[in-house]
Design a protein around this ligand. Sequence first.
Ligand code: ATP
Length: 368
Amino acid sequence: MLQTLPADALSTELPKPILQLVGIRKTFGAFTAVENIDLDVREGEFLTIVGPSGSGKTTLLRMLAGMDTPSEGNITLHGKLINDVPPNKRPTCLVFQSLALFPHKSVGENIAFPLKVKGVDAAARKARALELMRIVRLPESYFDKNVMKCSGGERQRVALARALAYDPEVLFFDEPLSAIDYKLKKTLEKELKDLHRETGKTFIYITHSLEEAMVMSDRIGVMRAGRLVQVGTPEEIYGAPVDRFVCEFVGEVNTLKVKRAADGSWQGVDVPGTFTLAPPRSGAVLDEAFVVVRPEFMRILGPGESADNRLGGVVYNEYSLGSRIQYQVRVGAKVMLVELSRGRALPASLDRQVTLGWDAADAFTLES
Ligand code: ATP
C-alpha cells in the first residue's frame, strides 16, 4: 500500500510563518513569468521550489530576495510588507550558483567579509570565521588559502560559510549544486541538510532536480508554467501527486488511459482489459482517466498470485539500478516498467512471458 499522510497530519503545532506570499504575480511586458502564488514559509523549515526550466523558480526567488519586485501581490516577513525592501535591508542572504566570491582573497577573508563590513574587530572576525569553517567542514588550515586554489566543492563551502557570517534569518539557494559532479553533490546535499539542522535557520532552495529536493527538504513546492501546482512534504509529493505533471516529474511511472464503459466498468484505451481503479483524490466523477502505477508498485505475478489488475506482457530488457532491477515489459505496443529488489530478480528474464499485476490502492487515478 502507498503510505500517504492524512491531509491534516501536519496541521498541528506548525511553526509560524516567517515569509508569506499572497497573490504574487510577475510580468515581463506581456509575458507572465509567475502567476497567483500563495505560500507560507514556516520559520526554520527547509523549503525547496522545484520545477522544469523556465517554470519561474528564479523569478520567484529574486522577488523573495528583494532583487525584483512583484507586479502584483504582497510579500511579508514577520508580518511586515517587504515588496520594495532592497536585498541589503532584508535579514536574508542569497547563495548563488556562480558563488560570487572575492577571487584574490583567502578563504578566511572571504568568510569574514560580512563581519568586517559590520565593524567586528579582527580577532573576533577570525574566531567566527574559523567556527563557520568548522560548521561547513572546511579544515582550519584553509584559513589563509587563496580561494581560487580551492576545488569547486570547497568554494561552495566557503560561499555557504560567508552567507552564514551575515547571520541571516533566511538563506536562499539558487541551484548551488548544479555545476558539481554527482558524487560530491550527493555528499553536499546531506551536508546542507545537516547544516540546516545545526543552524536552525530557514532555508529556501531552488532546483530543477526533484531528487535533490527529496533528499533535503521538509517541504517541496512544485512549479509549472509560473504556477505553484503542489506544496507538500516529500512523502506527500511522492505519495499523493495532484496531477500527471507532478506524478511524472517525481519519477518514471506507468500510465494507462482508461474510459468508462456503458456498464460503468473501466476499459483500457491503449491496452485491452477491464481495470479496477481507486476513486480519484479530487473526488471528481470521471468518464476518462489516467491510471498511474509506479514501477516499484507493479508486480510480476507468480502462479496463483492475485491482484486487482492484471496484464500479460513480454520482458524486453532489464536495467540494473544497483540494489534493484528494472524490467521493461512490453504489453502490445505499450512499454511498462517494473522494479524488483535484486533478491527477487527474474532468472533468464529476456523474452519471458510475464503477468503484471497491481492493486487499485497502489495506483493513482488522475484526470486525463
Ligand atoms: P531555469 O531552471 O532554467 O533557471 P526558472 O524556472 O528559474 O528556469 P525563470 O528564470 O524564473 O525560470 O524564468 C521564467 C520565465 O520568465 C522564462 O520564460 C524566462 O524567459 C522569463 N523571464 C525571466 N526573467 C525575465 C526578464 N527579465 N525578462 C523577460 N523574461 C524573463
